[in-house]
Write a protein that binds this ligand. Structure first.
Ligand SMILES: Cc1cc2nc3c(=O)[nH]c(=O)nc-3n(C[C@H](O)[C@H](O)[C@H](O)COP(=O)(O)O)c2cc1C
Length: 198
C-alpha cells in the first residue's frame, strides 16, 4: 500500500523553544515506519502576520505571499501531527494563526498531537481538537503527552524523550490510528461529496 504523507508541525517559534526535542523524537519514530513519509514543518519558516486577510481562504484567496506558500505546503499532506506546548492552557498563538491561515487544505484530513508541559499540554490538545472540527478535520483519539516529572527531566535535567519507553508505545498507537484514519479519509475524499451539491 502507498505510503501516506505526514507533516509534523512545530507549534512554537520562540528562540528558546523546547519544541524541537519532541518534534525530532516523533519525526524519528514516524520515519522508521514503512507506511508513511514524514516531513517537519517549522512555523519559523512561515512568518505570517496575525491574520490580516479580508476573509478565510475558504471564501477569498489570501493575498499575503507567505500565507500562500503556507497553504500550498499544507495541501501537500494527507495528515498532520501538531507538536504543541500549552500557553496559558491553550495552544501557542502562532499555531492558532497558522491554523487560521488555511482552510480547504486541512479539510477531511486527520490530525494527531504530541503535547508537552506540566500536564502534557492536555488542555491545549483538547482545544486543538475543537478547532480541528471547525476546520473539518478528524482528530484522532490517542495523543502523546510528555508531562509532569518526565517533561521537567527532559526540559531541565538532560534526560532524552527516548529514555521514556512508555511514550514510544504511546506514539506507535497514535501513529497506527493516524494511518487508519488517513487511508479511510483519502478513499472517502475521492468520492463525490453530497454536501457540495447542497
Ligand atoms: C506564555 C506562556 C504560558 C505558559 N502557560 C503554560 C500552561 O498553561 N501550562 C503549562 O503546562 N505550561 C505553560 N507554560 C510553560 C511551557 O510549558 C514551557 O515554557 C514550554 O517550554 C513551552 O514550549 P516551547 O518552549 O516549545 O515554546 C507557559 C509558557 C509560556 C511562555
Amino acid at each position: 500500500m502507498a505510503r501516506i504523507k505526514i507533516a509534523v508541525i512545530i507549534g512554537s517559534t520562540r528562540a528558546a523553544r523546547f519544541a524541537d526535542k519532541p518534534a525530532r523524537w516523533i519525526y524519528d519514530i514516524a520515519s522508521q515506519r514503512d507506511d508513511m513519509t514524514v516531513e517537519i514543518l517549522d512555523l519559523r519558516d512561515y512568518p505570517m502576520p496575525f491574520f490580516d486577510e479580508v476573509a478565510s481562504n475558504a471564501w477569498v484567496p489570501s493575498e499575503n505571499e507567505v500565507a500562500q506558500r503556507w497553504q500550498k505546503k499544507v495541501a501537500e499532506f494527507d495528515a498532520y501531527i501538531f507538536v504543541t506546548a500549552e500557553y496559558n492552557r491553550s495552544i501557542p498563538a502562532v499555531l492558532k494563526n497558522a491554523l487560521d491561515y488555511a482552510y480547504p487544505e486541512w479539510n477531511r484530513k486527520p490530525v494527531a498531537a504530541v503535547g508537552y508541559g506540566s500536564v502534557g499540554a492536555a488542555r491545549a490538545v483538547e482545544q486543538l481538537r475543537l478547532m480541528a472540527i471547525e476546520l473539518q478535520m478528524a482528530p484522532i483519539r490517542t495523543g502523546v503527552h510528555i508531562q509532569g516529572a518526565d517533561f521537567m527531566a527532559v526540559w531541565k535535567a538532560g534526560k532524552e524523550i527516548a529514555d521514556l519507553p512508555y511514550l514510544r508505545q504511546n506514539a506507535a498507537d497514535m501513529l497506527d490510528q493516524l494511518v487508519w484514519w488517513t487511508r479511510a479519509l483519502k478513499t472517502a475524499r475521492e468520492q463525490p461529496l453530497l454536501l457540495d451539491a447542497a
